[in-house]
Design a binder for this molecule. Structure first.
Ligand code: SF4
Length: 445
């Protein structure tokens, strides 16, 4: 058995954290566990929950890149964490190889009859990135995506290099595209599933070489392709012309709730805790096939589970229309050293007291400070904390001066509930929250 790897120095915000590159946040060290193909066994999930309980503060996050994050560790907890993750097969050999393993895999692969089973290709890509020293010059956050289509597709996820399965004879091939979503990425050709790791490595080497040849070159693929075009990539061995290739198969996305082959459950703000993770692992073992799939939607899929009764008691959300999934809030006092309010609890209070405003996606933003990490742009209603109190504003960003400053959390919720009542009473059908709030006169407010 290999020795557990050594950690890098804990990093401040702005980096892409890992296990070997823990990040300092407000509640201690945060570690991000990269899970190959996003597939955890129930036994792995149970052990990770136990590690979070023993070594961290018990909080677990689901990241937008389909990884698990443990929170609240300290430096003394890292060596036992590494030893345990190594025994689970979830520890990279070193910081550099961990950093490049940013592979997002369609979470319903192998479960969704409308999509192709891309699990083997995704695992092969992850292994190649971990082993190939020539790809270690990739820029931070450089990402890969492997998608089999169907109802659990990743068409809207943006990344640096995407492999989308398309029908090819009796099987499938991958449509390879650079820098964006399925709609915006620049296609460069087709590759066979078995050839994917080699094509990926060639793309990585070309990206590194093109950047090295240009001062101030963009750090991400979309920008580089805008500057240089995609010709150097399209000429790589292993790619064949797209010509008459079939389009990727996309069905209307249906992930949450009881689906054909899995039960999908989301958690507001992507926040779990070790008890819930442990309970989900038990559910996967008792009712499913002993697996948990990670998604980029801050949700989990439980393959083979067909009864959501126990999920509601765990605070899980099965209905994609649930207003709790529309809220935006940063970590606040629970996970950031700048935060002074419980942003998650206050946002959930708004879901109860201001349901009409909260139902509009992105309309309600609760920020732990004026930085507005979770949503830097304006929102219909923004609560911005300062020294334990909130400023409330409409159609504004967290960085601005609030129209109603210095409110206690309860007063801020009352203020938004009053705006919600106006919206429900006066807004014409179909008028959005932002448009309605913009029409209110000072006397209304
Ligand atoms: S907005 Fe402020 S409180 Fe919230 S995560 Fe960012 S820095 Fe921390």
């Amino acid at each position: 058995m290999m020795m557990a790897a050594s950690p890098a120095q804990p990093r401040r915000r702005g980096y892409c954290p890992g296990v070997l590159a823990p990040m300092e946040v407000g509640d201690g060290l945060l570690v991000r566990v990269r899970v190959p193909a996003g597939i955890l066994t129930a036994a792995q999930a149970r052990r990770i929950a136990a590690l979070g309980r023993e070594l961290g503060n018990g909080l677990v996050d689901l990241s937008h890149r389909g990884n698990l994050q443990l929170r609240g560790l300290d430096a003394d907890g890292l060596p036992p964490l590494y030893a345990a993750l190594e025994s689970l097969g979830l520890l990279a050999a070193d910081v550099e190889s961990e950093a490049v393993r940013n592979v997002l895999t369609a979470p319903a692969a192998g479960l969704d009859p409308q999509g192709f089973d891309v699990r083997a290709a995704a695992l092969a890509l992850d292994a190649r990135l971990a082993a190939d020293a020539a790809v270690r010059g990739l820029t931070p956050k450089f990402g890969w995506l492997v998608c089999g289509g169907g109802v659990g597709h990743l068409a809207d996820s943006s990344t640096d290099v995407r492999f989308d399965a398309v029908a090819d004879g009796a099987g499938f091939a991958f449509r390879v595209a650079l820098g964006g979503t399925l709609a915006t990425a620049v296609p460069i050709g087709l590759c066979a599933p078995a050839g994917l790791p080699a094509v990926a490595a060639a793309i990585a080497r070309t990206f590194i070489a093109l950047r090295a040849a240009r001062d101030g070159a963009p750090r991400r693929m979309a920008g580089l392709v805008r500057e240089t075009g995609a010709g150097a990539f399209a000429a790589l061995p292993g790619l064949t012309p797209l010509a008459d290739a079939a389009p990727p198969v996309r069905a209307p996305r249906a992930v949450l709730g009881v689906q054909s082959g899995w039960l999908g459950v989301a958690f507001p703000f992507g926040r779990l805790d070790v008890d819930r993770l442990d309970a989900l692992a038990g559910l996967a073992e008792r009712q499913g096939c002993g697996e948990i799939r990670l998604t980029p939607w801050r949700a989990l899929l439980l393959p083979g589970v067909a009864d959501g009764t126990e999920i509601a008691a765990l605070g899980g959300v099965l209905d994609p229309a649930d207003v709790r999934l529309r809220l935006t809030a940063c970590s606040g006092a629970g996970g950031c050293d700048v935060g002074t309010t419980d942003t998650h609890a206050d946002a959930l209070a708004l879901a109860r007291r201001a349901p009409a405003l909260a139902a509009a996606a992105g309309a309600v933003h609760v920020s732990g400070c004026s930085k507005g990490c979770a949503h830097p742009a304006p929102a219909a209603v923004t609560l911005t904390a300062r020294a334990g109190r909130y400023g409330v504003d409409i159609n504004a960003a967290a960085s601005g001066a609030a129209r109603w400053p210095d409110l206690s959390p309860a007063e801020a919720v009352d203020k938004v509930a009053a705006l919600d009542a106006l919206y429900r009473q006066r807004a014409e059908p179909g008028v959005g929250a932002e448009a309605f709030l913009a029409t209110l006169a000072p006397a209304d407010l």
